[in-house]
Design a protein around this ligand. Structure first.
Ligand SMILES: [Zn+2]
Length: 261
């Protein structure tokens, strides 16, 4: 079994399937141990890990939709023709996007991470979902806020019907950044930017969890509709891949609308 985590909040909705994968339970050998989901990492077992996960989720891998993420704020409305993209080869992953939105059933929207924040979002009334990849660059470009905006614009979603989960990612405990990152945030958030950073022993740390929660709140989502799996990928490097720790492996998060619900 490949170990996965769920959000209690999203799990309440029977028409939604979702997961956050961990590194525990797959086939990969060192340095990718164990459940590496990146097929461009050079790991010969990554596809086998994906197939096993798909089988355990009871969703064919041909229904997964992978992006070739670039730390942008580009958001794609995924359609039936995107099913399976990037699932068995990195070559046909959806290029130049970092978030997917859809109201189509049986499309498992995937984000790939190792420290960056996976945000899964669902309008539980209109049945619209989103998967967002938010590292510091995407967060500074407001990708999470814009993904909710895309749901509002494209599907007339009301933020009060939306639930969201901030997944496992590097925490403010470990995410030391340079002055350039603070400058980028000031460009977007002006004086508010300081709220997302901490200085400890003359080092600067960014709280990606806080800035993404802020974007969800700014989009009008009620606080009780926001779940946060507060696990730091760097602190918990035995359970998650961490790019900052030098890992080339990646975990994935996925969300899908089931048919006939
Ligand atoms: Zn940490």
């Amino acid at each position: 079994m490949i170990n996965t985590l769920n959000s209690q909040l999203l799990a309440k909705y029977p028409f939604i399937k979702h997961f956050f994968s961990t590194r525990i339970g797959g086939h990969s050998h060192s340095p990718f141990q164990w459940a590496n989901m990146s097929i461009k990492s050079g790991d010969p077992y990554s596809l086998k890990n994906r197939q096993q996960l798909a089988s355990e989720l009871d969703v064919p891998l041909e229904r997964f939709v992978f992006m070739d993420q670039i730390h942008s704020d580009n958001i794609l409305i995924a359609s039936e023709q995107d099913a399976g993209k990037g699932s068995t080869s990195a070559d046909d992953a959806i290029k130049y996007y970092d978030a997917l939105v859809t109201n189509k059933p049986n499309l498992m929207l995937i984000v790939t991470t190792a420290d960056c924040v996976p945000v899964l979002i669902a309008d539980t009334r209109k049945k619209v979902i989103a998967a967002v990849h938010a590292g510091w660059r995407g967060s500074a470009k407001l990708i999470t806020f814009k993904a909710v905006q895309k749901m509002k614009d494209g599907y007339n979603s009301s933020p009060h019907d939306i639930v969201a989960v901030i997944g496992p990612s590097i925490g403010p405990c470990c995410y030391q950044v340079g002055q350039d990152v603070l400058e980028a945030f000031k460009y977007t958030f002006a004086r508010k930017a300081d709220d997302f950073f901490e200085r400890r022993k003359n080092k600067l740390y960014l709280d990606l969890w806080k800035v993404n929660k802020y974007q969800l709140l700014q989009a009008g989502i009620p606080e009780q509709n926001i779940d946060h799996i507060a696990l730091c990928t760097s602190c918990n490097n035995n359970k998650f891949y961490s790019a900052r720790r030098g890992d080339k492996g990646r975990q994935i998060a996925g969300i899908m609308l089931k048919q006939n619900h």
